[in-house]
Ligand binder design. Structure first.
Ligand code: PGA
Length: 252
């Protein structure tokens, strides 16, 4: 592991040649907080990136090292609309990869409802739930190849509340690997906005692979701009980036 200082920026940046080491280090951030605070408020992400982290949390739960009985989870986003039982819905993804494998009570799961009749009303409802927390204790983040966090897509200004979003062509193309064809990828989503992400007491962003290198550079090195939504993390008080060498290849 190499700790990288980026001139003038506060983020902690860790670069790993070994993926297992990277995910153990990221998971330790969650595990240590959960051991210290059994009623942890845990912000979660979907996509391929967090899956190895979830595998570690499942393993530690099975070993009795961490207990989810009093944890509440808050997911970043969800396609809209999509059936809850659709294998590509994020709620189904979370059940398959984490929730059904740990002792998390169903009522402690918080995620935008993609079956709600009105997306804007659902965004307001979810924002109220997030506001009630005062900020999660730790937020897990991936990053899109277009620089999105959650589904906050590149835009003219950072958007703070939970909102409905139109997905970019790049996101639709990136996510088409989970669907039979690009046409089947939902065109919209409901996402936690920058407000709730910035209220998190700690953020950990994980990025692996060459296709994330440009977004990571835009987020970490360049001037912060809503054209790269992840760049807002330059203003976060406590954020770690866990990168593999490919994802970090443009930051040096
Ligand atoms: P991925 O998605 O982990 O599947 O690359 C990351 C994201 O879109 O935030």
């Amino acid at each position: 592991m190499k700790k990288v200082n980026i001139k003038g920026k506060a983020a902690n940046v860790y670069v790993y040649s070994d993926h297992n080491e990277l995910y153990r280090a990221a998971a330790d951030q969650v595990i240590s907080r959960l051991v210290a605070k059994p009623d942890l408020l845990l912000g979660l992400a979907t996509g391929s990136t967090p899956v190895p982290l979830y595998d570690i949390l499942v393993e530690k739960n099975k070993e009795g090292i961490i207990d989810f009985a009093n944890v509440n989870t808050y997911n970043l986003d969800e396609y809209y609309p999509i059936a809850r039982k659709d294998p590509n819905s994020f709620v189904q993804f979370m059940h398959d990869n984490l929730f059904d494998k740990i002792n998390l009570p169903a009522e402690n799961i918080h995620i935008p409802n993609a079956e709600a009749p009105d997306a804007d009303a659902e965004a307001i409802r979810y924002e109220r739930e997030l506001e009630k927390t005062g900020g999660v204790d730790i937020q897990v983040l991936g990053i899109g190849s277009d620089g999105h966090i959650g589904f906050n897509e590149p835009c003219d200004s950072y958007i703070y509340p939970t909102h409905q979003v139109t997905l970019t062509k790049e996101t639709i193309s990136d996510n088409s690997r989970f669907f039979d064809s690009e046409d089947e990828v939902p065109k919209h989503a409901i996402t936690m906005g920058m407000g709730a992400i910035m209220r998190a007491k700690k953020c950990i962003l994980i990025a692996t692979g060459k296709n994330k290198a440009q977004a990571v550079k835009n987020a970490l090195v360049d001037d912060a701009s809503p054209n790269c939504p992840a760049s807002i993390l330059q203003f976060h008080r406590d954020v770690d980036f866990y990168l593999d060498e490919d994802a970090a290849s443009l930051i040096f």
